[in-house]
Design a protein around this ligand. Sequence first.
Ligand code: TEU
Ligand code: CA
Length: 584
Amino acid sequence: MNPPDQRWWHDQVVYQIYPRSFADSNGDGIGDLPGILARLDHLVALGVGVVWLSPVYRSPMADNGYDISDYRDIAPEFGTLADFDALVAALHARGIRLVMDLVVNHCSDQHPWFAQGRQSRDHPWHGYFIWGEPAGDGGPPNHPPNNWEACFNGPAWTFNPPTGDYFLHLFSPQQPDLDWRCPALRAEVHNIQRFWLARGVDGFRMDVINLIAKPWGDDGRLPDAPVVQPGPVQPAFALVVHGPQLMAYLREMRAEVLSHHDLLTVGEAPLATPAQGREIIDPDTGALGMLFQFEHMDLDCQPGGGKWALKPLHLPDLKASMQRWQDALHGRGWNSLYLGNHDQPRVVSRWGDDGRWRVHSAKLLATWLHGQQGTPYIYQGEELGMSNTPLASIDDCRDIESINHFRAAVQRGQAPAEVMRSIRAKGRDNARTPMAWDASAHGGFSTGTPWLASNPNFTDINAAQARADGDSVFHHYRQLIALRRLHPVWLWGRTVQLLAEHEQVAAYLRVWQDRRLLVLCNFSAEHQCFDLPAEAVLQAPTLLLGNWPAEGDGGASVPAHWRLRPWEARIYLGCAARDTTAGP
Ligand code: TEU
Ligand code: CA
């Protein structure tokens, strides 16, 4: 990707809003669209150019809106279509674009398509879903068509008495999978996209888009997943992702809808390999602009153990993963850069230090991420350095994934305290606690009782504090956002990893023409001393940003021997050193 191919979303930073937890305007304890509208000054002060709004469609909220029952309406708890239009207009008036979350791998079991389609095999909407006959000679309801496990526990198939067979749901039974082989269903999706584009949205984040094309066998069945764990059901994602028809469906969507607009599109793609990612976002032959890959999100779990089997992060793994994706997409695609979202724990608690070094480590993580090539995504509260919440017991949790996991794990004989240890570290409620606006009750999120308790540290960690304190995490993010679009090397430079094997220091160079950006991060609470290779010696370097007071000459000269303080991060801008070996 070069400047001539620049798209408007290349130099922007995206801010993700999880509407249920952002701002509650009417005291019912649930965030809503008027609440967002009243907080736009926060986004303007931060300097983000795009909002990704997690789902606000009508929904029974089994999975907080990732189960849609009407794709053309707003959930009443979030507001109305008029509120939505007002929000789009207000964002646009401030130069901020809006990206909708599109969830079309599955819908809600309360969607009329499913509610009616499940009544009879002859109903036209029956064909929008995926059905299977009982396996073997056993009768229903305990002999599903194959051994797939649902992401939120139990079998991925549920028996449907009116039709005498099973429907597929890769997530919860309240989220039946749509059958993308059905042309009428695909046309519905295109029309839904047109509906929101007509309302002025600027793009789509597409939920689990690499799961939509199922791996149908020649026998018309979906094959069993390999057996990797005890019990009747087995993880199926690895078998389902990037199915044979995926690119055909996405290219059709591009031709029908996306190519007629200038959009930001980003596909969520669990388990995507760099090769698959390239295929999806190739500017000529692919379909989407960016994708959310998960490689780095999977580095701190035991291999094959799933997200709850905790393992400490080994920094060289993170660096290798980052370099792999930087290399794979450089010049031929565009990375999305993220460390958090509504499905992940708070990154400062996960890979930083949310105690003594909370502010420093939150700034370091931001620096490490934003220094790379790609479009950074900030999840609400990340810019304040919000941390994981002290979930005392499963009664404090609201997330379907954590609740189902707890029940199943305890049933399998795991000690409840042990299960809670994982949920405290990885549970999605960590990210979903109400946004902390100020030090008043519930962090100023709501005058009522929040649907999920606020993180008690809102008294210290909140937006009012952060905006008033020039040295806060917020202002560090603000500077990163402002700086990156000023420097071509930041946008277009190739990434070169330095010190790949170092266990505490992450260092990389960005290279564009004779320009260099040097990013140095000490991922530890100890001082770190190291030397950098000759290629990292810069001419006329300036320290663009750091998270400790500059030492000595303010970073004007780059030392031969480096010493970084606890959780210190720095970004230098400079030129390549003149090659003294090449002669005049
Ligand atoms: O998440 C999809 C996904 O890949 C899951 O594995 C996700 O990582 C999950 O949170 C496991 O911890 C998307 C949405 O982002 C998520 O909120 C939804 O619950 C899910 O799809 C179903 O729509
Ligand atoms: Ca509300």
